[in-house]
Design a protein around this ligand. Structure first.
Ligand code: AMP
Length: 249
C-alpha cells in the first residue's frame, strides 16, 4: 500500500512571530521555517506503517515556494521514499491545496492520505476535510490512534469528553492529532541519503488547478500587550482588590 503524506512549510513553532508594521501579515523576513508539527506526526505515522510492513511506499507532497523542498527532504530523511513539490509563490488557501492534493491522489492512487489536522501558521484546520469532500474519500480527523485492517483503517479520534473510534473503508484520509505519536529525529546518515531520493517538481498549471486566492486579508494584529501584575502583601489586600478594583467577586 502506498501512503501519501502532505507536509507544509511554516514558521518554526519556537519563533516569536512579528506582525508587519503595515498590519498586512506576519513578517517572514529572516525567520526560521520548519515542517508544521502536525505534518511531522503524519510523516512519523507513515514511517511506522512502513516499518510494520503495512505500507510499502511513502510519497510526500508539499506545495509552496522552492524552499519547501527543505521540508520534503526532511520527510525523506525521516523515511519517506520520494517527494513531489508543487511550486508556486502564490499564498495558497486550503481549497487550492485540497484541489491539488485531489489531483495527486488521482495520479498516485494511495491507500491512505495522511495530513496534519492543522497548520500552525494559518490555523485553518480544513484541508483534510476539503480533500474528503472533493474526492469522496472517507476521513478520520484528529486521529490519536490508527490501526490498519483488511481494506479498512480504524481511527480513534479525540472528541469532547472522550474518544471515538471509526472504521473507514480505504482509500481513506487521516488527519493527525498531537497524541498520535512522538516523531523521531532524523539521523545524519539518513539526512545524507535523503539528498539522493527522487523529488518531482510540478506547478499548479501541470494539474490544471487555479490557485488564485479567493480571500483578501484585511488586517493582521498582534495580541494586546499584557499589563504587568502586582504583588499583594496579604490575602485581605487581595480580596479587597478583587472586590473593589477588578470587581470580580
Ligand atoms: P490547514 O487546513 O491549512 O490547517 O492544514 C492542514 C494540513 O493540510 C497540514 O497539516 C498539511 O498536512 C496540509 N497542508 C496545508 N497546506 C499545505 C501545503 N501548502 N503543502 C502541503 N500540505 C499542506
Amino acid at each position: 500500500m502506498k501512503v501519501l503524506v502532505a507536509v507544509k512549510r511554516v514558521v518554526d513553532y519556537n519563533v516569536k512571530i512579528r506582525v508587519k508594521s503595515d498590519e498586512s501579515g506576519v513578517d517572514l523576513a529572516n525567520v526560521k521555517m520548519a515542517m508544521n508539527p502536525f505534518c511531522e506526526i503524519a510523516v512519523e505515522e507513515a514511517v511506522r506503517l512502513k516499518e510494520s510492513g503495512a505500507a510499502d511506499e511513502i510519497v510526500v507532497v508539499s506545495m509552496g515556494p522552492k524552499a519547501c523542498q527543505e521540508q520534503i527532504r526532511t520527510a525523506m530523511a525521516l523515511g519517506a521514499d520520494r517527494g513531489i513539490q508543487i511550486e508556486t509563490d502564490e499564498d495558497l488557501e486550503s481549497l487550492a491545496v485540497a484541489k491539488l492534493l485531489a489531483k495527486v491522489v488521482e495520479e498516485e492512487q494511495p491507500g491512505l492520505v495522511i495530513l496534519g489536522k492543522q497548520s500552525i501558521d494559518s490555523d485553518n484546520n480544513q484541508t483534510g476535510q476539503m480533500l474528503g469532500a472533493i474526492t469522496g474519500m472517507p476521513q478520520g480527523t484528529f486521529a490519536s490512534e490508527v490501526n490498519l485492517g483488511e481494506g479498512i483503517v480504524d481511527v480513534t479520534r479525540e472528541v469532547d469528553g472522550g474518544l471515538q473510534t471509526l472504521s473507514l473503508k480505504m482509500p481513506a484520509i487521516v488527519t493527525t492529532d498531537l497524541r498520535l505519536n512522538e516523531p523521531r529525529y532524523a539521523s545524519l546518515p539518513n539526512i545524507m541519503k535523503a539528498k539522493r531520493k527522487p523529488l518531482d517538481v510540478k506547478t499548479p498549471a501541470d494539474y490544471g488547478v487555479d490557485v488564485t486566492p479567493r480571500l483578501k486579508t484585511l488586517k493582521v494584529e498582534a495580541p494586546a500587550q499584557r499589563e504587568a501584575g502586582i504583588l499583594v502583601s496579604s490575602v485581605d489586600e487581595l480580596v479587597e482588590k478583587l472586590k473593589n478594583e477588578a470587581k470580580v467577586i
